[in-house]
Design a protein around this ligand. Structure first.
Ligand code: ADP
Ligand code: MG
Length: 685
């Protein structure tokens, strides 16, 4: 294909200086030679952006797409943009990306970046991934839940050569990329597959500890100010070179940037730092939900004489490489999703990073020359508060959605699934229990009809169940399908119902002529609403598709507000609380936690009139607060509540454990091979 070659030649030359470039031919060969391959190399060596291009150039796409997974959605998008630019094609054509609620691919897409969650969904629809020639699991060292599950699945499906070609015309190649360590473990896990190490040069990074954060400050957020102080010190006293600051999340990053703007303005703008003039400071935030055009700025070199200071989340630790960084300022904290067994939910928490994470952060300063890393925490904090390694997500979050996915794939024995690191059995049991409670599986641990519908939704099972309930109502169902979700959009102004308030905002904005202006006028986050619109569109699409299948039909009596809340009850009955005394409520999930209504809720201060409420989430400070709540009637949950207690999770798993047969493969083996027509069409392309 001369067109592709021409593009290749004229592409940005920069990529030829990356460490990976030296090993192009060997690398292509290594991918071709074995089913599994582990590729490792320092961050920034070119794995993510270059390898897919090499494979494309080598012609592997004639057999099928190249899919590359990323644990973070921003990384998937940003990297796809970069690669499209390098290959000089329009994003969404040959190179595209797909993340939850945002699909930027087309018929022509052959290099597809996506989140690991998206690929997991694709495995569900097509377990042998017949559209792909190569699948690259990237950032495996991050040990995200979905990547870990994909690893296990791909191992299970493709490690037996006989099975690996069933339903496919050519064997799939699986490449697993990791920035650090653990390559032996990965290789051993994947049938002792070869490991390809990209030698990379790194420069020494001098690390210093600070005085600001000690073991006693684990709960304080004083580190934001300290980080700003250190950044300004670096700016005024260190040689030229850009700064990368690690903080934990958007609000913190914005606060730090504001402080930096303020302070940087007030200082005299010309510094002669060891013979090099550094004038101003260019301050750039970087976090997950940032608009992508703003993100692009991060990668551009600063104007001459100006120092760039990127204030980022952990995304800059390995997923994205910013050139020119010479100084790191490490807050020592990260935001992490952890399962909180006290409240029985996953909660985003700010926690100290691990030592290995701290080393990774520091390493970002030594990519092209020697660098410095300023840790704002004390040596004592390092020793006492920071764990050696980060615990894999699979060992610290809820497994409900993943277990349902596995079950739908025919993997019944979820306890003996090949996990790279096994989650604790009690978490698996908890997930099984929750699935049973939401009627996604039956007492024998088998997926129900509802469960099969639920797995199609990229939502928490409870929310999915509520949406499905609403969609199954007969009195609504007879209306045009486009109206189905409107059950969720009904609202009564001024009602005591936080869900309804959110919906009222959603609907008012949607029906306004200029939604973005409407948001501005009403002090509402436009981007949040825009993404809510896209979520709604997606959910509608999924419902439309499911409606073609055997879709349940039901009826409820009552007015709109009641129907709305009753639907919510079917998804939130594990988040029911009953008033105990005064402002204190008691949850009904078996933990019997004592909670209070958060001041941000419209129910706050109305507690005296309420007896039963459902709530969306929990905020743990010195007290446990419930947020986004609405009042319900006991009758609505009366029949659901016993489900929370009636089954022993062991019962759900033990039956399945006895039935370990090759049955799980049957579903895949009976799949029809891709039709020859499809293949010839592809070859034509
Ligand atoms: P690895 O995956 O090995 O960590 P990458 O392929 O992500 O390495 O990065 C290789 C190079 O590409 C780095 O120098 C990085 O700065 C550059 N790069 C990656 N994404 C972008 C982007 N969106 N804009 C500009 N440069 C980028
Ligand atoms: Mg990478």
């Amino acid at each position: 294909n001369t067109n592709a070659e021409w593009r290749w030649d004229s592409k940005v030359n920069e990529s030829k200086t990356l460490p990976i470039y030296q090993h192009k031919a060997e690398l292509i060969q290594a991918v071709k030679d074995s089913t599994f391959l582990v590729v490792t190399g320092e961050t920034g060596s070119g794995k993510t952006t270059q390898l897919p291009q090499y494979l494309y150039e080598a012609g592997v796409c004639k057999d099928g797409k190249i899919g590359i997974t990323q644990p973070r959605r921003v990384a998937a998008i940003t990297v796809a943009q970069r690669v499209a630019q390098e290959m000089q094609c329009t994003l969404g054509r040959e190179v595209g990306y797909q993340v939850r609620f945002d699909d930027c691919t087309s018929q022509d897409t052959v290099v597809k970046y996506m989140t690991d969650g998206c690929l997991l969904r694709e495995v569900l629809a097509d377990p042998v991934l017949s559209q792909y020639s190569v699948v690259i699991l990237d950032e495996v060292h991050e040990r995200s839940l979905n990547t870990d599950i994909l690893l296990g699945l791909l191992k299970k499906i493709f490690s037996d050569p006989a099975k690996a070609t069933k339903g496919r015309f050519f064997p799939l190649k699986v490449v697993v990329m990791s920035a650090t360590l653990e390559t032996d473990k990965l290789s051993a896990f994947l049938a002792d597959c070869p490991v390809f190490s990209i030698p990379g040069r790194t420069f020494p990074v001098t690390c210093t500890f600070g005085f600001a954060v000690g073991p006693k400050d684990v709960e304080s957020t004083g580190y934001v100010k300290e980080v700003v102080k250190v950044a300004l010190d670096v700016h005024t006293s260190e040689m030229a070179g850009d700064i990368l600051v690690f903080l934990t999340g958007q609000s913190e990053i914005e606060r730090a940037c504001d402080l930096l703007y303020e302070k940087a303005e007030s200082i005299d703008y010309r510094y002669d730092v060891q013979d090099q003039t550094v004038e101003g400071l260019l301050i750039l935030p970087l976090y997950g939900s940032m608009p992508t055009d703003q993100q692009r700025q991060i990668f551009q070199p600063p104007p001459s004489g100006i120092r760039k200071c990127v204030v980022a989340t952990n995304i800059a630790a390995t997923s994205l490489t910013i050139n020119g960084i010479k100084y790191i300022i490490d807050s020592g904290f990260v935001k992490q999703l952890n399962h909180n067994s006290r409240v029985g939910m996953d909660i985003l928490e700010v926690v100290p990073i691990s030592k290995s994470e701290a080393q990774q952060r520091a390493g970002r300063a030594g990519r092209t020359s020697a660098g410095k890393c300023f840790r704002i925490y004390t040596k004592e904090f390092w020793e006492k508060s920071m764990p050696e390694y980060t615990v894999p997500e699979i060992q610290r979050t809820s497994l409900t959605a993943v277990i349902l996915t596995l079950k739908c794939l025919g993997v019944h024995d979820v306890i003996r699934f090949p996990y790279l690191d096994c989650p604790e059995e009690r978490f698996i049991l908890e997930a099984l229990k929750q699935l049973y409670q939401f009627d996604a599986i039956d007492r024998r641990g088998r997926v129900t009809r509802l469960g099969e519908l639920m797995v199609e939704f990229p939502l928490h099972p409870g929310l999915t169940r509520a949406v499905l309930k609403a969609a199954s109502l007969e009195n609504i169902f007879i209306r045009p399908v486009a109206e189905i979700l409107n059950i969720f959009l009904l609202f009564i102004y001024g009602s005591m119902n936080d869900f309804a308030t959110l919906l009222s905002v959603f609907q008012s904005c949607k029906s306004s002529d200029r939604p973005s202006a409407w948001c501005k006028d009403n002090w509402i986050h436009w981007r949040a609403l825009k993404s809510a619109f896209s979520v709604e569109t997606q959910l509608r699409e999924i419902l439309l598709r499911l409606q073609q299948r055997d879709f349940p039909v039901e009826t409820f009596d009552g007015n709109k507000s009641e129907i709305f809340r009753r639907c919510l009850c079917t998804g939130y009955f594990n988040n029911v609380a009953r008033r105990s005394i005064g402002k204190v409520f008691c949850t009904m999930d078996g933990n019997g936690s004592m909670v209070q209504i958060h001041p941000s809720s419209s129910l706050f201060d109305q507690e005296a009139e309420l007896n039963w409420v459902i709530f969306h989430d929990v905020l743990v400070t010195s007290r446990v607060y419930i947020r986004t709540a609405c009042p319900i009637r006991y009758e609505w949950v009366k029949d659901l509540l016993p489900k929370l207690h009636e089954v022993d999770a062991y019962e759900l798993s033990s039956v399945a454990r006895e039935e370990v047969t090759d049955e799980e493969m049957i579903k895949w083996e009976t799949r029809e091979a891709v039709s020859t027509e499809d293949v010839s069409k592809k070859l034509e392309k």
